[in-house]
Design a protein around this ligand. Sequence first.
Ligand code: F6P
Length: 362
Amino acid sequence: MAKRRIGILTSGGDCPGLNAAIRGVAKACFERMGVESAELIGIQNGYYGLINNTARVMKPSDFSGILTRGGTILGSIRQQYKMILNVGEDNFDRVKAMKETYRALKLDCLLTLGGNGTHKTANLLSEHGLNIIGLPKTIDNDIYGTDVSFGFHTAVDTATEVIDRLHSTAESHSRILVVEIMGNKAGWLTLYSGIAGGADIIIIPEIPYNTADVIEALMKRAKEGKAFSIVAVAEGALNTDEAGMKKKERARKREEAGIITATSRLASEIQAETKIDTRVCVPGHMLRGGSPSAYDRLLATKFGVRAAKLIEEEHYGVTVAMVKNIITENPLKDIAGKTKFVKPDNQFVSTAKHLGISFGDK
Ligand code: F6P
């Protein structure tokens, strides 16, 4: 068998499980095709490295000891899709440059590990004739066509622990603790960790909130004798006034009003209306750090092994997915540019509502 040259890159925000997936791909390629028939070329820093031809041949030993490591051994520099498309003032055609690197490296195929933005660029490269296979990663769990992406469950575990820890201090001081959980467009991480951590209020971008309803839910708890509360707010939360606005208009209005984040605004409103001492906690990038959970190691490994099968079968233009607990793949063109949002009738939303958790929507 002629040697296959397999390019691999990680793009977008990192997450736990990227290294486990890289290892899964490599080990399964060596196992299926033989070490002499598969060569892995690591492209440094995502599409940035593909644009600038920063790559290295990886040895089988490079894939040892990385299963448990957080982050990505390949690095990642964000390259926005819009920027990639734009041949701007510098007259630099980034798509052309990526195609040139692919040819210069004599790649047979390229694996792109990433989230929604990564998949858009992956599809673009596929349309330009490159042999692409995607692997879905993100703590946001918002990749269309897959029930789950690796990184998500580790982040759920971490965010749940944050909420757990806030409980004791909130209780000691009879305070309201407002915790901001990552997720700009989709509220999966806030929803899951909010329920698992026993939050009293969960605010997600897909369900715009009324401040008055949030206050009412908090006051109801206070009247019932519950001296503290936990409010889990997704980074991209919107109130009902903002829900109908375009992104730019919303940003302008917030700037005019001196609002830094939806979380800080909500916390101030809560403090002012309830008169209960209120604090904000922003775990931020901590939610993306650390060693992958056992679930994510398993998922990333399964995705990696599936990708190796696709490489062997020369089945390109797809991204690996998990649908109803079965590992499969979706055509890139069917998922690129789409986002998997939490639907208001999602079972976890109704589960939470049945527990009395408020989403600030009455
Ligand atoms: O997409 C993952 C994510 O962690 C989002 O939840 C968050 O909004 C964003 O990345 C933060 O990006 P950055 O690391 O570039 O600040």
